[in-house]
Design a protein. Sequence first.
Length: 233
Amino acid sequence: MKIKKDSDLAKKCLIFGFEDVLIPGNIDKDVKMKNVSGILKNLKKVEEIFPRFRFFAATGYSADEALKRIEQYKLREFFPEDRISFVNREYLAGREEIDRKLYEQKITENKEFKDEYFKQVTIQAIQEKFGYTPEEMVFVGHDLWTEGYYTFRFSKIDFALIRSSHSCLGECKDEEIKNLTYIDRTWGDIEKLIKGEFPKQDYALLEKFVFSKMKEKLFEGTKLGALSRIAGS
């Protein structure tokens, strides 16, 4: 471990997305849990040495689905219930009625439905509870849109995306967006991340990509949409 003193830690709070990041998911079904366990054991050592450093996990799953996976992949020693957040009654009670009803409909149709925005609520709750500044925090996810763009747009903290499970709105994405942070699921990259050794991110190309996709969806099925795609705009 190369972290020797408090000043080595650029990030004091690390928040993981859960599925396709720490455990197998729909995108990366071959997550090596031995590697994940090694990363988490090292993070526990960092916590023991530097009390202000903490790590968490956040998922859009319901409590039943999240806790089932915690036990399945033997992660309880790393994530007691105060270290992993999942969609709960308190969160749903605070949503607008139309959003709450939509969630209830989705979860009835599919018990594995995930509320991806919940992760941003978790990030902000952790920030407020422990008094972290945005600069002290980093989120590790895999989905360019729901974990990358959402984190930049709503929580305004740095993020990194796991290269082997890179996706966009739940679909595999091979092409990387320049000037973002992509990492491998290794302790070396996680250590480099919390030490602040990756280049500073520039979100201009990410915003351009997202707005282009929004425009494409808006005009999908129309002549204007077809012309937009042909023009490459």
